[in-house]
Design a protein around this ligand. Structure first.
Ligand SMILES: [Zn+2]
Length: 158
């Protein structure tokens, strides 16, 4: 059975919110893919409600691409403590941290009209959305700031 990188991370040792690289892969033609762990809340102490993380998912999908090129996917973690982001290329924690910070700032300033894909035909659980909750959690995350080191608080400006 394959050993999964994220399961070897000590989830008690990390200090959320943070951004870290969770892995890099190289394809047969030499293309690189970078996977980021965008951790929003402290593992085993907090979790985003499904309505909040779901609406975040819809808004992040739209906004992150304004700040980061070649994003393949941003998807919520099953534990509801953050998102994984997968991008083309050999990428840095610094650019991902800037991008997710600007994305959450846009999210905080969004209205319901900005949330795409909220009709029944467009979403797998269209009743389970809360922009209000998404914004309240995003404000808390932004107030703490994303650390560029998962184990000690280190901001982009340090
Ligand atoms: Zn949805």
């Amino acid at each position: 059975m394959a050993k999964v990188e994220s399961f070897s991370l000590d989830h008690d040792a990390v200090k959320a919110p943070y951004v870290r690289i969770a892995g890099q892969e190289q394809g047969p033609n030499g293309d690189k893919v970078t996977k980021f762990d965008l951790r929003f809340v402290q593992p085993n102490q907090a979790a985003l409600p499904t309505s909040a993380i779901h609406t975040m998912e819809h808004l992040i999908a739209a906004y992150i691409r304004d700040y980061m090129d070649n994003v393949i996917d941003v998807s919520p973690m099953g534990c509801r403590t953050g998102f994984y982001m997968i991008t083309w290329g050999d990428r840095t924690v610094e650019e991902a941290t800037k991008a997710i910070t600007k994305t959450l700032e846009d999210l905080v300033n969004s209205t319901w009209d900005d949330v795409q894909g909220t009709e029944r035909q467009e979403c797998g659980n269209y009743r389970d959305h809360s922009l209000w909750a998404a914004q309240e959690y995003a404000k808390e995350i932004l107030a703490q700031g994303f650390s560029i080191d998962p184990f000690e608080r280190k901001s982009l400006e340090d």
